[in-house]
Structures are given as structure tokens and as C-alpha cells.
Design a binder for this molecule. Structure first.
Ligand code: HEM
Length: 384
């Protein structure tokens, strides 16, 4: 399944808690997605939340050149107990340096601003990533999103186990298979740094990039990870949204993990120590300067052209079936249509009140960031 058509296991735990709680009132986390909940559950939970009207997304940076971002105002501090970190090395780094709230919970506007300030991510790319993640994984009533993993946070499930939160680690939404340094969800951990996969990252950087990660390495490693998932993961999925992000993220690391003081032939090469610092520790290499121009997935066309893999999924191990029904890199309007009409409508079939209002606001922000060519905006819930 590529989207949730029902409440995730994490949410079910909360719902059980809400149902079983007798003396104690258990709060639904302000940053957990409301997607997949029934009308009755929404009627119980939404009034307990602190509703916010989402603000307009931040615009581009005024000064958008290289600058020291590992600065005194943003010292590295490893996450403490309860702080959430997830599958994105960029967002983990921003939280560990205080560009994002250190607990890993933020508004989409904060995520956009931090990605621009801390990595010089371009405004469109940051808005697209933040609003798509927020629509799939955030709490649209409170306007909060967790960048974090399946972290044990609050409450207890009925067997006395700490309850779990998913945030952007929720598999089959933004998070997907064949990541460069994280395992597939099928194998049990889709968000932690995976040392074996990083060894492969180093090996490929040595073989194809003379010891650093660049677009040539990105192309070979992207293909290798897809082949590995096809060969081992019976549930491997590379359709729609994941077709888009799997390729884009391979280029993100080239463009945004390169020190912005590098120019000419040196640009676009990430040394292994720096890569390890970002992917494993969520930490800027000492004295790191952000990219010297706004960027995101520049060069991804080289990654795609080197080994194009059409959108599809495994039907059993080693049986990759092409499936273009959810759109993908070569069909952006198809992707947009599926995202709105199936993914988002599947999560929120009949929203009302403040939830409907905020869904519509976020859907507008998402469309503005993406604006797929010859593809009119869809209004699944009418207009506010
Ligand atoms: C703007 C908001 C952003 C959101 C919502 C976001 C979200 C995510 C998510 C959910 C993943 C996991 C996808 C997977 O399964 O592989 C991911 C991966 C990744 N992100 Fe981000 N991200 C954002 C910004 C950034 C920035 C600013 C950078 C770089 C500076 C970055 C670099 C990456 C990389 C390199 C990966 C791939 C990790 C891997 O394959 O091992 N992201 N991001």
C-alpha cells in the first residue's frame, strides 16, 4: 500500500488509549497527523487541540549566498530524550543546530525558513517538501509537524509499552524505499542511519567519485539501491511520490551537503567525512558554509538519465511491475492528481470545520509551490 487508507498502528495505540483511559485524560499529540481518523474520532480529538490559522510561507532569502552556518548561535547539541529525529539528514542537522526547534516539532513555515537559512534550499523546493510532508504527516489543525522517527514519546499503550509517534517517518507517505543510508521499512527500521548502507555509500564514492559523493556516484548508487530493493523487498514501492523523491534526494546531498566555499571543479563533491557527519550524526562539518546559491535537486536529470527506472513496485521479490497510475517524474500532473484525489482524499474523506479550512489553505500552498505544467489546481473540498 502506498498510502494509508486507515489509521496507522501508532494512531491506533492512541485511540485505544483514549478509549480505555478511565481516570486519566490522555491528550492526542499536537504534532501527530489526524489522517485516517473516523468522523467520530475527529469530533472527539479536534476540540482538544489548539487550532491555528497557517501563516503564509516565507519567501526566498534576501541574502542567498554562501555563509558560515555552523556558527556560534547554532551550536551542535545531540538530541535529548524525547527529541524527535527521523529519516532526513537535512532536517536532523537543522534541529541539532537549533535552526529548527530542538525537539523536532515545527510548523511548515519554520521548516521552510530553516532549510533556506541553514542549507540555502531554494524556496520552491523547501515549500514543496514542507507542504507535502505536512499534508501527509502533520497535524493540520495545530499546524505542527514532527521531523521524527518512530520515537517513544508520551503515554502508554494498554500493555504498558510506551506509545509511538511516526511523523515524517511514516512509511508509504513521504518516507519510502531504497533510501541511500536508511533501510526499507519492510526490514524493520526505515529511519535510523544504517552503517552497512553507509559502507556501500563510501564504496561507491571511492569507485565512481574518486573518494567523494557527486552526481556520478548519485546516479550509480541510486540505481544500486533500487536493484537491491527489487531483489530483497517483496513490498518494494517506487510509485508516484516516491518515484519523484528517490531521485531528487540523491541530488539533494550533492548540492546541499557541499561546502559553499567550493567553486569550479571542486563544487558538487562531498567528502566522506562530511557525508558521515550529515547522514550519521545530523551535524555540520566544522566551519561548514551553506551552498553558494539557492539549490535543491539541480543535476537530477543526470541521475535519472544514467539509469532510468520507471515507476512501479514489486509483486513479490524480484518481480518489479511497472505502474504509472500514480504519476511520477515523467508525469507530474498524474502525480499531482493522484496525490490530491487519492492520497489526501484517502486520509481526509470528509473534513469539516477548522480541519477543512486548514486543509484547503495547505493545499493552496502546496499547489503554489509545485504548479505542475498544464495542470489546473484541484479543489477536493471546495474553496474556503
Ligand atoms: C524542506 C523540508 C524537508 C522535508 C519535509 C524532508 C523530508 C525528508 C524525508 C521524509 C526523507 C526520507 C525519504 C526516504 O525515505 O528516503 C528525506 C530524505 C532526505 N532528505 Fe530531506 N526533507 C527536507 C529538507 C531537506 C534538506 C534541506 C536536505 C539537505 C540539506 C535534505 C536532504 C535529504 C536527503 C539527502 C535525504 C535522503 C536520505 C537517504 O536516502 O538516506 N532534505 N527528507
Amino acid at each position: 500500500m502506498s498510502i494509508r487508507s486507515f489509521a496507522s498502528p501508532f494512531k491506533i495505540i492512541y485511540l485505544l488509549l483514549l478509549t480505555l483511559a478511565t481516570t486519566e485524560v490522555l491528550a492526542f499529540p499536537a504534532y501527530e497527523s489526524l489522517g485516517g481518523l473516523s468522523a467520530r474520532q475527529l469530533a472527539e480529538i479536534v476540540p482538544t487541540l489548539n487550532a491555528k490559522v497557517p501563516g503564509r510561507p516565507p519567501g526566498p532569502l534576501r541574502f542567498s549566498g554562501a555563509k558560515l552556518v555552523d556558527d556560534r548561535d547554532h551550536p551542535f547539541r545531540a538530541p535529548g530524550p524525547g527529541d524527535m529525529r527521523g529519516p532526513c539528514p537535512g532536517l536532523n542537522t537543522l534541529a541539532n543546530h537549533g535552526y529548527l526547534p530542538r525537539d523536532g516539532v515545527a510548523t511548515p513555515a519554520q521548516i521552510i525558513q530553516a532549510s533556506q537559512e541553514g542549507f540555502n534550499m531554494n524556496n520552491n523546493g523547501a515549500r514543496f517538501a514542507a507542504y507535502s510532508a505536512h499534508l501527509m504527516n502533520g497535524n493540520l489543525v495545530t499546524d505542527l509537524l514532527s521531523i521524527g522517527g518512530k520515537t517513544r514519546k508520551t503515554g502508554q499503550d494498554p500493555r504498558g509499552q510506551p506509545a509511538l509517534i511516526a511523523g515524517i517517518s511514516e512509511h508509504g507517505t513521504f518516507e519510502g524505499d531504497a533510501s541511500l543510508t536508511r533501510g526499507d521499512d519492510f526490514f524493520g527500521d526505515n529511519f535510523s542511519f544504517n552503517p552497512t548502507l553507509f559502507d556501500q555509500f563510501v564504496d561507491y564514492s571511492n569507485r565512481f567519485g574518486a573518494g567523494s559523493y557527486n552526481l556520478t556516484v548519485a546516479a550509480e548508487l541510486r540505481f544500486q539501491r533500487i536493484q537491491q530493493s527489487i531483489a530483497t523487498n517483496p513490498e518494494f514501492n517506487l510509485r508516484g511520490f516516491r518515484h519523484f523523491t528517490a531521485f531528487a534526494e540523491a541530488a539533494f546531498a550533492v548540492n546541499m551537503f557541499t561546502d559553499g566555499r567550493k567553486t569550479g571543479a571542486q563544487a558538487g563533491h562531498v567528502d566522506i567525512d562530511s557525508a558521515r557527519s550529515f547522514f550519521r550524526d545530523g551535524r555540520y562539518p566544522r566551519g561548514f558554509h551553506r551552498a553558494n546559491k539557492p539549490s535543491a535537486a539541480e543535476g537530477v536529470e543526470l541521475v535519472i538519465a544514467a539509469h532510468f527506472v520507471p515507476p512501479g513496485h514489486n509483486v513479490g521479490v524480484n518481480n518489479y511491475v511497472v505502474d504509472t497510475s500514480q504519476g511520477g517524474l515523467t508525469d507530474l500532473c498524474g502525480f499531482y492528481n493522484f496525490f490530491i484525489n487519492t492520497t489526501i482524499k484517502g486520509l481526509y474523506p470528509n473534513p469539516t470545520g477548522v480541519l477543512r479550512r486548514n486543509l484547503n489553505i495547505n493545499l493552496d500552498f502546496f499547489y503554489e509551490s509545485f504548479n505542475p505544467p498544464n495542470c489546473p489546481q484541484i479543489f477536493p473540498y471546495g474553496r474556503n
